[in-house]
Design a protein around this ligand. Sequence first.
Ligand code: ADP
Ligand code: MG
Length: 253
Amino acid sequence: MENIMSEMTEKTNAKITLDNLRISFGDIEVVKGVSFNVAPGECFGIVGESGSGKSTILRALVGLYPFWRGEMIIGGDPQLPIRQKRFYRRVQMVFQDPYGSLHPRQTIDRILSEPLIVHGFLNIEKRISDALSEVGLPQSVRFRFPHQLSGGQRQRVAIARALISEPEILLLDEPTSALDVSVQAEILNLLTDLRERRKLTYILVSHNLAVVTHLCTRIGVMIGGEMVELLSADDLRAGRVTHPHTAELRSLS
Ligand code: ADP
Ligand code: MG
């Protein structure tokens, strides 16, 4: 009971605060002072043209960069330059490139067991089998390699891998962009169900405004490393936008 309570308290604390985040590669600043908050259980969307810094923000949140300025607070704890196992479990990411999440030379079974071993979970067999069912995959995929699956199945495995260590926050980088339209809808439905069932906090990056407005309540618009507008999904859908770049993104989609 005590465990359950502490888990729940932790979950309700799954909020994210970014304050004036700056990230440079060499002399080039690619994230230029981005600030936003995400409430526990909220889905926050980030849209913007290619190269505007969306993926860099997500990679920074999962602790992949040892260098940044500003502040990232996740569930009350500041993210630190050294990647911490604790954050690694609490904040998981589904990468834009499927092979960012799935090693091409590992079976699905191995891919799903790795985070369980790293974080010291027991009952690995059962957890893998439950995770596959939860994302709607048959148990038979366990001994296949990623290239032996369809794009939609691969994305389901990437989502299962992110969820298997029971994170509170899921960062989704273009989760439907590489998929056929019909498969996109299936993955969106899966993400909607999972968020409700697991009470997850999402940050969803996509260049597809329909995808973002479908899942998210608030949306930040990026251009050239800056978040130039922050608006509600309703305002974006209805065209109540203030920045010309947001209007341009709407007209292009
Ligand atoms: P987006 O996801 O919005 O398309 P990214 O966040 O991937 O954009 O990249 C933002 C910019 O930062 C791009 O110009 C990209 O080339 C650059 N960039 C990203 N990662 C690195 C890196 N590790 N080294 C140098 N430049 C990088
Ligand atoms: Mg990207």
